[in-house]
Design a binder for this molecule. Structure first.
Ligand code: F6R
Length: 605
């Protein structure tokens, strides 16, 4: 959601904070601010708008070698200069930046106001600066003040705090919102995401929930919430600053769509075994006996991750013949799910930090469930919490809408399904068929990307529609859902996805020339049924854009993609829908990489 950056060292903090905030802007971008300590006083700048607006508001001589910065995605209080972080205490001694939600903020605010504290903003976060401001007078240590203040707080937070009277240290703490420390040469960084640190260091330490750290130019110490020191091993991030550049593309989204031949190849690398036609997935940490013991697979994730989980469930049922289904993690965690010992749970998350998915994993672990993670971000919270899993190796996804991580997740599920299938009844011949099919994917994605000009024209043609229907059947249905999701989130065109078979049970009433349909029609055993559905839509004068393996007179327009194995086709059918959504959004003049009201990595409930 929001982004946090903190710096302590010999350089001026402001340019480093601004640079870091720019890298985090994809997480939250309605207002931004920073504070630096200079001569034992705080200097702050806060603006509604983008990081570029903040940079313009920061004077060239904004001296101070310690500081904190924030880019915001509003939850409490509208985006405005005063609601932007950092928030200060009344004496203007303490500055705090906060990600997350303080659930008892109203109660704390009333109590503080009753004691005469005057609030500047409407945010929940401001209670933190006042609480810490009070505590710091009662104790000699900023760490102690933060620990005490956090004891009265209910909710989630990632915070960074500076004290103008202690210009050598920053205190950061995590509970539900990520905080990562970056280790430099005689300088230290902290941030909510490695993206902000990567230009300066690749040596990082992740804080756990309930942990706090004191960072100084020459090092750091970490503590539990009852002030016991913890030992942390730094690890080296394998992404570098280049991964975060737009590579000359107009938008990150187009860059990430175009990278998919490579990112899929990376997800597959070293994982296909041609001798036994199996998948090598060392990170699962399960032997063959355990792998055979599961009688069900339950997949959880949010948004597009959940839709990729639906593709995964279909692959697992087909290839391994184990009952499998996917459910939004946000629903799963609240319905007190029955957790079975012979069910394999799989949590999916690109960021590895989505709060609802993390909370669902924690609930599963508490009930003794066996949970694997399919995660892109190495060392992220979900990767750490799960018993094992598959890293996507897709590189960082910067654009808010997920594309390459979606595709790589579906590929990871194909590998998992192959693995589960080959310790059961999937024959060597079928194993070989799937291995060969997987290997063809990168080249076939390249072929689909060459259709971009055609798809751009189609997107322009359909972008004026007030809404679009997406339909698909069985393997095509999650593809339709993801196609509708991409279109609505980046172009703001209303888009609904339905199983093709459900149209006649209600949504057919919507069909008219004003509501075109995108139909996902693979050449599988359901082709005739799908063509019948197209006929039904046509009979109601609905326009149809068909995405499949052939042209058809039943449709007004067709996008034809190469055929793979029927089980793997959904992976390829999604790619043209990504390009379609992208070009529709461009045609409508949308802010493609930073769509309104959304943020990458939803670290609040
Ligand atoms: C849609 C999108 C979101 C994410 C969802 C989960 O394009 O990006 O729906 O898929 O917020 O995010 P992760 O995968 O980081 O858990």
């Amino acid at each position: 959601m929001c982004g946090i950056v903190a710096y302590v060292g010999p350089k001026d903090a402001a340019p480093i904070l601004l640079e870091g905030l720019q890298r985090l802007e994809y997480r939250g971008y309605d207002s931004a601010g920073l504070a630096v300590v200079n001569s034992r006083s705080l200097k702050t700048r806060k603006v509604k708008g983008r990081v570029a607006d903040l940079a313009a508001a920061v004077p060239a001589k904004f001296k101070g070698g310690i500081g904190i910065g924030h880019t915001r995605w509003a939850t409490h209080g509208a985006p405005s200069d005063v609601n932007a972080h950092p928030h200060l205490d009344q004496e203007q001694r303490i500055a705090v930046v906060h990600n997350g939600i303080i659930e008892n903020a109203d109660e704390l605010r009333r109590r503080l106001e009753g004691d005469g504290v005057k609030f500047e903003s409407e945010t929940d976060s401001e209670v933190l600066s006042h609480l810490i401001g009070r505590m710091v007078k009662e104790t000699d240590s900023l760490r102690e003040a933060v620990l005490r203040a956090l004891k009265s707080v209910v909710g989630t937070y990632g915070i960074a705090v500076v004290d103008a009277q202690r210009p050598g240290e920053i205190v950061v703490a995590r509970n539900g919102s990520p905080i990562v420390l970056g280790l430099g040469e005689k300088e230290m960084f902290a941030a909510s995401d490695v993206a902000a640190l990567i230009r300066y260091t690749r040596q990082v330490v992740h804080l756990e929930d309930g942990e706090l750290a004191v960072i100084k130019a020459d090092g750091f110490n970490t503590f539990t919430s009852d002030a016991r020191e913890t030992a942390k091993e730094p690890f080296t991030v394998d992404w570098d600053a280049g991964h975060y550049d737009n590579g000359g593309y107009e938008h990150y989204l187009l860059k990430e769509i175009s990278e998919q031949p490579d990112t899929v190849a990376r997800t597959l690398r070293g994982r296909i075994d041609d001798r036994f036609h199996i998948a090598h997935l060392g990170g699962l940490n399960m032997d063959a006996r355990e792998t055979r013991s599961f009688r069900r697979v339950k997949i959880i994730g949010c948004g597009s991750a959940y839709y990729s989980g639906q593709i995964g469930a279909q692959l697992i049922e087909e290839l391994a013949r184990i009952p499998a289904d996917a459910e939004p993690a946000s629903e799963f965690r609240y319905r007190s799910p029955v957790v079975e010992p012979d069910t394999l749970y799989v949590a999916i998350s690109q960021s590895g930090e989505t709060y609802d998915t993390l909370a669902a994993v924690q609930e599963l672990k508490r009930k003794g469930g066996r949970v694997l993670g399919i995660v892109n971000t190495v060392g992220s919270a979900i990767a750490r919490e799960t018993d094992g899993g598959i890293y996507l190796h897709a590189g960082p996804e910067v654009s808010v809408a997920s594309t390459k991580a979606f595709t790589s997740t579906a590929v990871a599920f194909a590998l998992l399904a192959l693995h589960l299938g080959r310790v059961r009844d999937l024959s060597p011949a079928d194993g070989r068929r799937i291995c060969d099919g997987l290997r063809r994917l990168p080249e076939q994605i390249k072929e689909i990307l060459t259709l971009e000009d055609q798809i751009r024209e189609l997107a322009k043609k359909y972008a004026d529609a007030p809404g679009m229907m997406f339909v698909g059947r069985v393997r095509g249905y999650p593809v339709a859902r993801e196609g509708a999701q991409k279109l609505k989130e980046i172009s703001y065109v209303h888009a609904e996805a339905y199983p093709a078979s459900e149209l006649k049970h209600g949504p057919l009433a919507l069909i008219s020339p004003e509501l075109p349909t995108v139909a996902v029609v693979p050449d599988d055993e359901l082709l005739d049924k799908n063509l019948t559905t197209l006929g039904e839509i046509r009979a109601r004068h609905g326009r149809i854009l068909m995405v499949g393996h052939r042209t058809s007179e039943a449709a007004d327009d067709c996008i034809v993609v190469p055929r793979n194995e029927v089980e793997l086709d959904p992976i390829l059918l999604t790619i043209p829908l990504q390009l379609f959504a992208y070009h529709a959004a461009v045609a409508l003049g949308r802010d493609v990489d930073r769509p309104r009201n959304l943020a990458k990595s939803v670290t609040v409930e």
